[in-house]
Design a protein around this ligand. Sequence first.
Ligand code: FAD
Length: 536
Amino acid sequence: MAENFPIIAYFMVIIFIYISPLMSKQPPKLETNFLPPNLQNLSIAKTLRDDPDAIKLASSDYGNIVQEIPAAVLYPSSKNDIASLIKFAHSSSSPFNIAARGQGHSVRGQAMARNGVVVNMTSLEDRINGSGIVVSRSPSLGFYADVGGGQLWGDVLHATLERGLSPVSWTDYLYLTVGGTLSNAGIGGETFRFGPQISNVFEMDVITGTGDFVSCSPEKNMNLFHAVLGGFGQFGIITRARIALEPAPKRVKWVRMLYNDFTAFARDQEHLISINGRKQNNALDYLEGLLLMNQGSLGSPHDWRLSFFPSNDHSRILSIIKKYGIIYCLEVAKYYDDHTLESADEELQVLFKGLSFITGFTFEKDVSYVDFVNRTGKMEDDSKLTHPDGVGPTSHPWLNLFVPKSQISGFNSGVFKDIVLKRNITTGLVLFYPMNRNKWDDRMSAVIPDEDVFYTIGFLHSSGFDEWEAYDAQNKDILQFCYNAGIEVKQYLPNYKTKEEWKNHFGMKWRTFQERKALFDPKMILSPGQRIFNDN
Ligand code: FAD
């Protein structure tokens, strides 16, 4: 026996070497007490993670203000994994919450699920390895792209450009997911003409809160289609969206003009967006606006907000900002290609006739279409999206509002002049531009003011991690001022704490929103971080 021992030991080592990889493929047991134990018996258990890296990512977002710890994170290998998880949660005697997470670029925990499961949508797209964007054409729709819900808009741009095509409605930043922006609206400089991104979707595949796969469009399962667009992730997880495409332009004339008179600025913006037919050649392709304020950090000629302008002009721009306190900057673009170069120039000249910007303060660039659409770059490369001093952990206490046109002048004097300028803490970008209500579809869940033209105002604050409360206090004062002055603002990317506030936000749409929730997610398990039906 003793002499056989080395041989037995040898075989045991060999056996161990062979079976240890198999043993390590067993799903690690989840340590959580919050999920039903029989979840471990499902085949998706192997794609659930509760290790510190997975939990840390899923309990944080771009805002860096809210933290909610999930019990586990699903890294789906197929859409079926997501459906199995939701079906299980829905039919369990103790249902748990589930949130799709795109890039987690929300600012108030909207993609989090305390003690529930976060579904990492981008991991699904990574696994299907580039097959998540398919470009096609049909006689009735023209060109379109079928795109996975976790795809980044930047990847959609590159894939469609390879075919000489492009979506028509963009957000300013492209490293957001398709499912994430469609759950809000997806707005930017093209919205006045082409509508928000939700107005450019032909159909979707959705896994509802009961775990069912449903294809929906304005013709088929239209109630779900309209519910999901702008629906804050409340009715289902978008796994595919069919996005409208047009031939891609090659180049862009990109122009900024400065105003010291708010009334002239708003009048010119409103005039320019009144020419807005989708096929109207003499319309602009893009219009936004921003504020340049005489505040602490905008004293330096090296400030990133001046980077668009030629460096030789920085000092004269700074001097008018100092003189007037606030300078309003109109930003427009006209797309062109080899055949339309001359006409684009002429059309711009006609459009600019009669505008009231400060003489001598108009600046033009000529850039490629891809550089224009991707002008904010990717966050890691782009210091303007991080802490103003470029150091330390950053929070983003953003406030995004829609303000009716009829009340915009009161907003300018009460908010910009009396609160923001006087308080002198605003460091990030302040966006300000109008859009047309008729480019939105009122049957969708997204909520906008009840006027033909309304403005979006984005206070895109960056603050030190321990400074965000001062910005939050300013945000609250802005909302309180609007309330007291009867300015009927709607929040975009809203952040409310009570059901009463949500009811008020939705107004006439609240009843429909509730009915759709009861229909498509009756156990109220989806996207609890929005805090509409859950306290999270
Ligand atoms: P997440 O933050 O991960 O998710 C947002 C919500 O949608 C959550 O409730 C989540 O559960 C749900 N959700 C995510 N994926 C799905 C899915 N597949 N199906 C159903 N529900 C889902 N917005 C604009 O409109 N215009 C802009 O120009 C713009 N610029 C931005 C610039 C930056 C730098 C940042 C950080 C944000 C910007 N946003 C803009 C806001 C952006 O649209 C939202 O943050 C949006 O939520 C997209 O982010 P996301 O893909 O990371 O989604």
